[in-house]
Design a binder for this molecule. Structure first.
Ligand code: MG
Length: 255
């Protein structure tokens, strides 16, 4: 079932989204050569706690039977696509780091990911970051009442592929609200399903994962970290958005 949110509920989700973006504002400053992903996780935990919110990823059960997720944020570096575990890794000049943040405030979820450059990065890496963000924007623009989920998927996929990159197929975006993962699923590529029709008051986490090489991915032995099968770079961009009569509204945006 797809839940429809009232304006009041959208306002509550926006407040949860603001906590997510407060974390991202800080991450944008802290992601520099020499910092560990553990330190990023520590700061994120502090910001979320001070806001009176709950980190939604911490303790999330592993679908592959591994340990519950041990971090407050997911930190995925270079060839890591999503679900990287924060730890002792020291970021190096030229890396790219995707940070995914999820919080619950007053029972409502916010979820957003950004991929940050670490110091100076290659031209190709910079292009991957821009195209990933643009593909999110293309998908979001298609999220209007009357369109289908497949219109969102098609817009993302087109933008990625016309730039010579590939879109991950094994993981998808999702509805979001009082649960982190609600219906519908939002693939970033066009499959057989048209998907449901979009309507005012739906809230969606649209999250393209874009690979510089092939779209295939593997999961590491930690049963969490998803990596590109060919070792090429990958980037991730995600926002929680609302479908409204006036067009899509981002609930995780403060800049
Ligand atoms: Mg998500």
């Amino acid at each position: 079932m797809i839940t429809i949110k009232s304006q009041r509920e959208l306002d509550l989700m926006k407040r949860a989204g603001e906590v997510v973006m407060r974390v991202h504002l800080r991450m944008r400053e802290l992601v520099v050569p020499g910092v560990t992903t553990f330190e990023l996780n520590r700061v994120a935990a502090e910001i979320i706690r001070q806001a009176g919110a709950i980190p939604s990823f911490l303790g999330f059960p592993c679908s592959m039977g591994g340990i519950d997720f041990p971090g407050v944020i997911c930190t995925s570096c270079n060839e890591e696509v999503i679900h990287g575990l924060p730890g002792s890794r020291v970021l190096q000049e030229g890396d790219i780091l995707s940070v995914d943040v999820g919080t619950i405030l007053n029972g409502w979820h916010g979820d957003a990911a950004r991929t940050y450059p670490v110091g100076r990065i290659s031209g190709e890496a910079a292009r991957l970051l821009s195209v990933t963000e643009e593909s999110f924007n293309s998908g979001m623009e298609a999220a209007v009442p009357g369109n289908r989920i497949r219109d969102v998927s098609a817009a993302v996929q087109r933008r990625v592929e016309e730039n010579g990159f590939s879109i991950v197929r094994d993981f998808v975006g999702h509805g979001i609200g009082t649960e982190m993962h609600e219906e519908p699923q939002i693939p970033n590529y066009v499959g057989r399903e048209r998907g449901p029709r979009l309507a005012e008051g739906m809230t969606l986490a649209i999250e393209p994962m874009v690979n510089a090489g092939i779209w295939k991915v593997n999961v590491l032995s930690d049963k969490w970290t998803v990596v590109t099968a060919d070792g090429a770079l990958s980037a991730h961009h995600e926002n929680t958005i609302a479908v409204t009569a006036r067009g899509p509204v981002i609930l995780t945006q403060i800049w």
